[in-house]
Design a protein around this ligand. Structure first.
Ligand code: C2G
Length: 449
């Protein structure tokens, strides 16, 4: 008699889960299925589980594959279960490959291939699950797929890359059922699109997706001119499609809370925001390429611009740039934005390093988020009287992309076009910074070519 065990959330049970259970059962005589509790799912960073534990337990039971069903409540329980039930084989899908190898000390560990062709089943289920396609198959796209496993109610089913070999490799590596170099064909396969292509294609691809009736989550920068940004949001609203600018800080719980706290008046009137984001990269990488789309301002300014837009507002009467160029690309930039007497600053750098913190200056106190503030997991509220300092801790799970994925999934479900976490005006403000920098750069190069 051999015993097999597997675990999962099994939210909105679909063909992928059913196949996994069937194949797990076939590996032995008895199958034990561990269904994760709501609190354990939260603890391990899984967001947005739609069904209650009871519903999920009932759904697993109804498959008829499980001989015994248990609840997984804490990290480390797997070892306990394996020993208690004398398990011979532990099974999970290959999205977990390598992550449970520590269990090899106790039993065999098998990773089964994730089911790829589930969209047809999803459609039959009344499409409760939103299907996503990814445009561009580079580093960030890979992170997106991994992070998507933590968001319930969506599944990545298609990938597009104009180079078919790259698309094929990506879909094999990340178990994506469909890949293509044909953009129109790609658009027929999904409800929503994540755009992670090189910067210069973002706007054109966003519009093509919207025109095809697809919801869009576009990596920053969404576009290069405010006219383009306003046009994209207008189109999305007129056609009831969700459009989200992928500046991940905007959607993480810590930053959201920081904004609310600052706005609550606890530090008095906000008079300045100073934020930096520097990330040293190899001079040969895309980010520093002199193709007109590389450089620190294009790559990084959306983050500090987000902080300024949310905390000080989106109107400004002056925007000044102090970039440092190397081989035609800004390796560092200091940007000053002011409205009346209120001035804020951003420092961004791909070829220069500084402290990556955020300071929100108020008339009665200030907020200090230490580096890397754009992955806000901790900040302090400080006053003249140091005894009044308050410390705030928040989860920032994984790569943080799961929060923006969750946001667009919720927007689609609730049929909203615009997110209050990063709305049209705030997104247009970020674009205005980019547009202002483009104008500055053109002038600077005309003056001294
Ligand atoms: N699965 C699959 N094919 C899919 C989707 C899911 O084979 N298209 C598999 C997963 O790999 C996993 C199981 O179905 O083995 C359950 O998936 P989830 O409900 O997403 O649960 P998960 O977050 O993977 O939890 O302790 C919990 C476990 O570590 C797994």
């Amino acid at each position: 008699m051999s015993t097999v065990i597997t675990y999962g959330t099994f939210d909105l049970l679909h063909q992928g889960h059913i196949n996994l259970l069937r194949r797990a059962k076939a590996l032995g005589d008895t199958l034990i299925v561990g269904v994760t509790s709501d609190s354990y799912d939260k603890e391990r960073g899984k967001l947005n589980v739609r069904q209650s534990l009871t519903e999920r337990l009932d759904a697993v039971k109804a498959t008829g594959f499980a001989d015994k069903i248990i609840v997984e409540e804490y990290e480390g329980q797997k070892i306990h279960d394996i020993q208690t039930y004398h398990v011979d084989t532990f099974v999970l899908g290959d999205d977990w490959k390598g992550k449970c190898d520590y269990l090899k000390e106790y039993c065999d560990v098998v990773y089964l291939e994730r089911t790829k062709d589930i969209s047809s089943t999803l459609l039959r289920q009344g499409n409760q699950i939103i299907t996503f396609g990814i445009v561009g198959t580079g580093r960030i796209a890979a992170r997106f797929v991994k992070e998507s496993y933590f968001v319930s109610g969506m599944e990545v089913v298609a990938a597009y890359n104009p180079h078919i070999e790259s698309a094929k490799k990506f879909s094999t590596d990340y178990a994506i059922e469909y890949c293509t170099d044909d953009f129109d064909a790609f658009l027929t396969r999904c409800d929503a699109v994540y755009i992670a292509s090189p910067h210069q294609h973002h706007f054109e691809q966003t519009m093509a997706c919207l025109r095809a009736g697809k919801h869009v989550l576009c990596e920053k920068p969404l576009c290069f001119t405010t006219e383009e940004a306003e046009g994209a949001y207008r189109y999305a609203k007129e056609h009831s499609l969700a459009l989200l600018h992928g500046v991940k800080t905007a959607y993480c719980p810590g930053f959201e809370h920081l904004v609310l706290l600052a706005k609550s008046g606890r530090i008095g009137e906000i008079v300045a925001v100073d934020a930096s984001f520097t990330k040293l990269v190899n001079p040969d990488t895309r980010e520093l390429r002199n193709d007109g789309f590389g450089g620190s301002t294009y790559e990084l300014s959306p983050y500090p611009a987000l902080a300024i837009a949310k905390l000080i507002g989106t109107s400004s009467d002056r925007m000044e740039f102090f970039p440092m160029f190397r081989d035609g690309v800004d390796i560092f930039d200091r940007i000053i934005v002011s409205r009346g007497a209120k001035s804020s600053s951003m420092k961004v750098g791909l070829g220069a390093k500084t402290e990556g913190d955020l300071v929100v200056t108020g008339t009665e106190g200030y907020l200090y988020a230490e580096a890397p503030w754009w992955k806000t997991s901790y900040f302090e509220m400080r006053f003249e009287n140091q005894n009044k300092t308050r410390k705030y801790y928040f989860p920032y799970d994984g790569d943080g992309l799961r929060y923006e994925i969750l946001e667009i999934v919720n927007m689609i479900k609730s049929e909203t076009s615009e997110s209050p976490k990063l709305n049209e005006q705030e997104s247009v403000f970020m674009t205005r910074v980019i547009e202002g920098f483009t104008a500055y750069r053109e002038k600077a190069f005309q003056a001294c070519p």
